[in-house]
Design a binder for this molecule. Structure first.
Ligand SMILES: Nc1ncnc2c1ncn2[C@@H]1O[C@H](COP(=O)(O)OP(=O)(O)OP(=O)(O)O)[C@@H](O)[C@H]1O
Ligand SMILES: [Mg+2]
Length: 474
């Protein structure tokens, strides 16, 4: 999901200014223009922007000086430097002064847009604080008053300002990234960079260069020197997401940086010292990976000075109503319903689900339900449909079921879903009870007898699956 950003574009070339402006506006961003470096600096000090894109050579003040001054005043504001070939050394200097990244002319539009997206995201991550246990006006909050979440908030508060690395564990969708950001926002490094890297999303061959940088000619395709994210995050915080997916080779290098607090760029000789706090997250069973020699034990101990383990949603069902209300508020306005409401039955149904995809899955279901209900109150049908389990058994159920299994397996292979087994059995079970109660025309005793379950079980399952029979049992 790409969000729109407020961008200040500083360039003395009217042609480039106009082209860039058009491309960015088409992408949904709003763009302010300046033609001189000094004017750009003045404007950025007066107005709030999410991102600055600046040329290097300009009248008034050059790009390098602009980066130095602006970064000192607003360390969270990302600055992208656009520069011609031949000035890359200066662009690299600019990165040391705190520029977010640079782009070499001539560049391709998608390349620019991707960089803008990353930089704007980084600005959002750094500047939108994660509020703990509060459903107030905050855009991002960790919601839930259960005892389990209370102790998470305490832990976050306790470790945030300590100079220790933190390992955040938990099933997919439990809020690991939110916790990492909350730690950052509550730490004494909150004014310095927060650099997030998803180790699973970057191809193995590129990850090392992304993390540690490289010198020109370090490998085929390394045409220019590149500053790595560790160097960029100096004095700040780096978030290594999906650390369990890091290869052993990269683990060795990471271990060295953690131990010696310095690094060498790929293909480089210079030793660069860095002061970076590492937050890491994983949904993998790291102990198992250590046993199979896929994860280094020494690295594990370095990273896990403090471990925060997020509980799965099904173990804190009492938080579901508050989460639902929070997501209704958060997404309603964007989805065309500024004040969505939900029927108590639908709420009950949501509270009874298994939620293998945890809070992320719940959030998605709420978004879908808002759309399905349009401007009406969300009812049990809406949430059931949103959960992708139609209440009406379909005629070709066996093949539909096969397709459903395939779909879930594909999601599991993409890493979007853990616990496919539980989800599939859950769906199958629901189908069994839905058909039985339908054929028994709502007679629970009959349906229970056919299925060979007790009437207590029957009743519990009907509630769990939201199958509210039209007719009460006789
Ligand atoms: N306690 C919570 N309160 C409010 N929103 C939450 C909470 N936990 C998670 N979310 C929301 O759920 C979604 C998933 O959270 P997040 O990305 O932090 O999970 P994750 O544990 O990093 O998942 P994955 O392992 O799949 O990367 C996000 O949109 C996040 O805002
Ligand atoms: Mg995550």
């Amino acid at each position: 999901m790409s969000r729109s950003a407020k961008i200040l574009l500083i360039d003395d070339d009217p042609g480039i200014r106009e082209t860039l402006r058009r491309v960015l506006v088409e992408e949904g961003h709003s763009v302010a223009l300046e033609q001189r470096g000094d004017h750009g600096l003045a404007r950025a000090s007066k107005e709030a922007f999410n991102l600055i894109i600046t040329d290097l050579r300009m009248p008034g003040l050059n790009g390098l000086e602009l980066v130095r001054r602006l970064h000192a005043a607003q360390p969270r504001l990302p600055i992208i430097l656009v520069t011609a070939f031949g000035t890359t050394e200066t662009a690299i200097e600019a990165m040391k002064y705190g520029a977010y990244d640079y782009l070499l002319k001539p560049f391709e539009v998608p390349q620019l847009l991707e960089l803008v997206r990353k930089a704007a995201d980084s600005n959002r991550l750094m500047s939108e604080p994660v509020v703990l246990g509060n459903t107030g006006a905050a855009r991002d909050a960790l919601v839930g008053k259960s005892a389990a979440m209370q102790s998470i908030y305490k832990e976050v508060g306790r470790v945030a300002s300590k100079p220790v690395n933190v390992l955040i564990r938990g099933e997919t969708g439990t809020g690991k990234e939110l916790v990492a950001r909350a730690i950052y926002h509550h730490s004494d490094r909150a004014d310095a960079a927060f650099v997030a890297i998803n180790c699973a999303a970057i191809p193995e061959t590129l990850l090392e260069s992304e993390l540690f940088g490289h010198e020109r000619g370090a490998f085929t395709g390394a045409e220019e020197r590149r500053i790595g994210r560790f160097e960029q995050a100096d004095r700040g915080t780096i978030f290594l997401d999906e650390i369990g997916d890091m290869t052993l080779g990269t683990q060795v290098k990471l271990m060295r940086v953690l131990q010696e607090k310095c690094l060498q760029r790929l293909g480089g000789k210079e030793t660069i010292s860095v002061n970076v706090r590492v937050l890491a997250a994983t949904h993998h069973d790291l102990e198992g990976a250590i046993a199979q020699r896929r994860f280094r034990e020494d690295l594990y101990y370095r990273l896990s000075v403090v471990v925060i383990t997020l509980p799965p949603l099904r173990q804190r069902r009492e938080d579901i109503p508050e989460l639902v209300r929070y997501f209704l508020q958060k997404h309603g306005p964007d989805l065309g319903n500024p004040r969505p409401s939900i029927h108590p039955e639908a709420m009950q149904f949501l509270q009874n689900q298994h939620w293998p995809g945890n809070v992320r899955e719940l959030e998605n279901v709420i978004r879908k339900a808002i759309l399905l209900a349009q401007s009406y109150t969300i009812n049990a049908d809406h949430v059931q449909t949103a959960l992708n389990r139609s209440a009406e058994p379909s005629a070709d159920a066996p093949s539909a079921f096969g397709e459903y299994v395939d779909e879930l397996l594909a999601a599991a292979q993409r890493g979007d879903l853990q616990n496919a087994h539980a989800r599939i059995l859950d769906t199958a079970e629901r189908e069994v009870f839905a058909r039985a109660i339908k054929q028994a025309q709502g007679n629970q005793a009959k349906a229970a007898r056919w299925l060979g379950v007790s009437r207590v079980t029957m009743k519990a399952k009907l509630t769990q699956f939201g199958l509210h029979p039209a007719q009460e049992e006789q």
